[in-house]
Design a protein around this ligand. Structure first.
Ligand SMILES: Cc1cc2nc3c(=O)[nH]c(=O)nc-3n(C[C@H](O)[C@H](O)[C@H](O)COP(=O)(O)OP(=O)(O)OC[C@H]3O[C@@H](n4cnc5c(N)ncnc54)[C@H](O)[C@@H]3O)c2cc1C
Length: 465
């Protein structure tokens, strides 16, 4: 017998993966309805990405950790504290795969599996990387990684880091570094100022969030930090004790030196579990990516599986909270329970507004697809397997490759420890540009078990052994 097998039709086994804003609000809604849930997260403490908590020895006041979002962080953490005794909470537990209606778990206690009747995927997002020659050398971090270092470990990646890429986090994290005593060398946005202006009417649907973004830029500029638009990173070289980032802007090449580089071009949803479970996906043109198909409340194409928060598309933390509660209401409806209709309508209205805001973000901070197509052959694309863009460019015509999984089989791009989570987006761009095909026609890397490296002696589950 495995965990979770003791059940009856009256007590459905509900699992939620992810104890971020979406997962916690989903759990809260289900507990309020009298159900017991299992909430699993690979992190040691609840909060997810935005409301990540440092270890107790590095605890700091909420204002210092979360800035303008301190109130929301405290509210979410308090909600979790109230829930804690009513749920089966499994921290430091990685869900590394799924088969049938079972989740494969790995934790310090070993490997095990649990069965579920209903599953809410609230697995959030990760950095979306646009590679550049030299991005794999020491001193170069992902943007989100730079923030994790600061929030979780109270460290800086450098005293003069360069922030490059695009997206709202670019400005937020540069500002967080400034506040923490670092002096960013520059903020280089691959997006254009015109694009950001065009997006303003949509971004104005969440005026508070828009104002915060404008504030971060103004605060950086007020301290003399260069903030440049349409700046396309070309390569990063180590020179003396510096990292020198070469970028092009308005057709001219420039260099800037710093002691570290943080790179990130937005976020990409963590959708591998939805993929492994067999959820249907659709191509989402604005983000140039495939996303799990779901209805307004988060029902996927599978009757057992629901999608909440960033897993279904990047809409931010407030929408993640609303989406988590909505997915829980969908579970309740599908179990034949009554749901509070007024609350449901309020949440749906919130999500509609968030959807418009999201389309504004995608307009303002587009993934730099043309820049990737133009990268030098020696740029490493898949760092796990050390595959360069030149390797792909040689293999594609030689093997007449038109589809991502064939590209992976022949070049090993996306076959390493990260299972293509880091290189997948850029590899799609390279294949599409080399074959002159629309991006949606090249497909996506299929999710594989184990979806993340598993710590432990083997992948055998207790049930199987
Ligand atoms: C590195 C990073 C930093 C960010 N910082 C900010 C910020 O400062 N401000 C902001 O507005 N937005 C930030 N975001 C965006 C942020 O993702 C959303 O605003 C919000 O946190 C989304 O909530 P969520 O509940 O959907 O997902 P998340 O908050 O991402 O929570 C998902 C949770 O799922 C867990 N998980 C994922 N996969 C597994 C698995 N296989 N097994 C077990 N557990 C799993 C993760 O550990 C995580 O705790 C950040 C995103 C990233 C990736």
């Amino acid at each position: 017998m495995t965990d979770g097998d003791m059940t009856s039709a009256d007590t459905p086994r509900i699992a939620i993966i992810g104890a971020g804003p979406a997962g916690i609000r989903a759990a809260e809604t289900l507990v309020e309805a009298g159900l017991r849930v299992t909430l699993i997260d690979e992190a040691a403490l609840p909060g997810g990405q935005i409301y990540r908590q440092p270890p107790p020895t590095l605890r700091r006041p909420a204002k210092a950790l979360y800035g303008f979002e301190a109130g929301k962080a405290e509210a979410l953490h308090s909600s979790f504290a109230r829930l804690r005794s009513a749920i089966d909470y499994r921290p430091e537990t990685l869900v590394w795969g799924a088969r049938d209606n079972r989740l494969l778990l790995s934790s310090r206690a070993g490997n095990t599996e649990i069965a579920f009747d209903k599953l809410i995927l609230a697995t959030g997002a990760m950095d979306r990387i646009a590679p550049v020659a030299g991005w794999t050398q020491p001193g170069v971090y992902s943007l989100g990684g730079a923030q994790v270092v600061l929030k979780h470990q109270a460290c800086l990646i450098g005293k003069r880091p360069i922030f490059a890429g695009t997206g709202p986090l670019l400005y937020l994290i540069a500002w967080q570094y400034l506040r923490a005593g670092s002096r960013p060398a520059a903020v280089l946005d691959t997006g254009s100022f015109a694009g950001q202006l065009r997006a303003l009417p949509r971004l104005a649907r969440q005026p508070r969030t828009l104002l915060k973004g404008l504030y971060f830029t103004a605060a950086l500029r007020a301290k003399g930090i260069p903030v440049l638009y349409s700046a396309l990173p070309a390569r990063i070289d180590a020179r003396d004790d510096n990292l020198v980032l070469t970028y092009t802007r308005n057709g001219r090449s420039h260099e800037i030196a710093g002691d570290a580089v943080a790179l990130g071009s937005g976020l990409k949803p963590e959708t591998q579990l939805a993929e492994i479970l067999g959820c249907a996906f659709d191509f989402h043109s604005p983000s140039r990516s495939y996303l799990p198909r779901c209805d307004r409340m988060g029902r996927s194409s599978l009757a057992t599986t629901y999608i909440a928060g960033d897993t279904g598309g990047i809409r931010g933390a407030d929408a993640a909270e609303a989406g988590g509660a909505l997915a829980a209401l969908a579970v309740l409806e599908d179990l034949g329970r009554s749901v509070p209709e007024v609350r449901k309508r309020q949440l749906l209205t919130h999500m509609r507004r968030a959807e418009i805001f999201r389309s504004g973000l995608e307009l303002a901070f587009a993934y730099p697809a043309p820049a990737i197509a133009g990268l030098a052959d020696d740029t490493v694309l898949c760092r796990c397997e050390n595959v360069t863009i030149g390797d792909l460019r040689a293999a594609i015509p030689q093997w007449n490759i038109t589809e991502m999984n064939r590209l992976k089989a022949i070049t090993r791009c996306g076959m390493g420890r990260c299972q293509g989570r880091v290189c997948g987006s850029a590899a799609m761009e390279v294949l599409a540009s080399e074959t002159h095909a629309p991006i949606e026609s090249v497909g996506r890397l299929r999710g594989q078990i184990p979806l993340k490296p598993v710590v432990g002696s083997n992948f055998e589950t207790k049930a199987a052994s």
